[in-house]
Design a protein around this ligand. Structure first.
Ligand SMILES: C[S@@+](CC[C@H](N)C(=O)[O-])C[C@H]1O[C@@H](n2cnc3c(N)ncnc32)[C@H](O)[C@@H]1O
Length: 219
């Protein structure tokens, strides 16, 4: 492992806004985000596959009356977003280092008010279908932790993943209010994305990919 990465991991250990294995809150945060971390009762938005946390930070800058949690398995990526939150005094931001598959170990039923999934790995191979973050096994997890009528939003450049998500969502009876666009920057839905562009979005837009966006709720 590179020295730079080790330095970031060491810094993460000292950062209060990173909840990760080995820290006291990691094992007792479930159901206690408002009380033990944010110390307010504002709604919670979670960004899954947050990488450097562009949505988490971007939305936190705009909305001081909500709380934001970026979730990613890679510590060196969340180090970046966590650093911005520290520099800018964004106390309503946290980062959780864990697998998305384990979300229900960190959130009580209905504890999350909104989920953003930003440019997740597309996992195009058939044998990886279960690892796509819109596979039914993930939807069952989101359904548990999201509040009644909470929105789940997906933004991606990847056509295969987007069409797969639509196929899965349209086949379910517990999904309502599904709205989508295959080109968000030429769509009425554009304002919902707050003009925030992630690192991967910048990269794929530059390659000429249209950015797709959808949102839905569970019945
Ligand atoms: C393509 S990157 C997108 C990062 C960021 N959202 C962006 O748009 O720039 C996908 C991210 O998902 C994370 N990831 C992939 N599978 C994951 C999982 N099962 N649990 C948590 N994070 C995961 C990776 O570590 C990576 O940071």
């Amino acid at each position: 492992m590179s020295r730079r990465k080790l330095e970031k991991f060491a810094a993460n250990k000292l950062r209060k806004n990173i909840i990760e294995p080995g820290k006291p809150l990691f094992d007792k945060i479930k159901g206690n985000w408002h009380k033990d971390y944010f110390e307010n009762d504002h709604p919670i938005t979670v960004e899954l596959a947050c990488g450097r946390g562009e949505y988490t930070i971007g939305m936190a800058r705009k909305f001081s009356d909500r709380n934001f949690i970026g979730v990613d398995i890679k510590g060196d990526r969340i180090w970046k977003g966590s650093g911005y939150a520290v520099e800018e005094g964004l106390a309503h931001v946290a980062f959780l280092r864990t697998q998305i598959d384990k979300l229900a170990e960190f959130f009580e039923n209905g504890e999350i008010d909104e989920i953003w999934i930003t440019f997740p790995d597309p996992r195009p191979k058939d044998r990886d279908e279960k690892r796509r973050v819109v596979h039914p096994r993930f939807l069952e997890i989101y359904k548990k932790v999201i509040t009644t009528d909470g929105w789940i939003r997906l933004k991606t450049d990847n056509t295969g993943l987007f069409e797969y998500a639509l196929e899965v969502l349209e086949s379910r009876e517990d999904v309502k209010d599904l709205v989508f666009t295959r080109d968000v920057y030429h769509s009425d839905l554009r304002p919902e994305c707050h003009e925030i562009r992630t690192r991967y979005e910048e990269k794929f837009s530059a390659e000429g990919h249209n950015i797709k966006y959808l949102k839905f709720r569970f019945t």
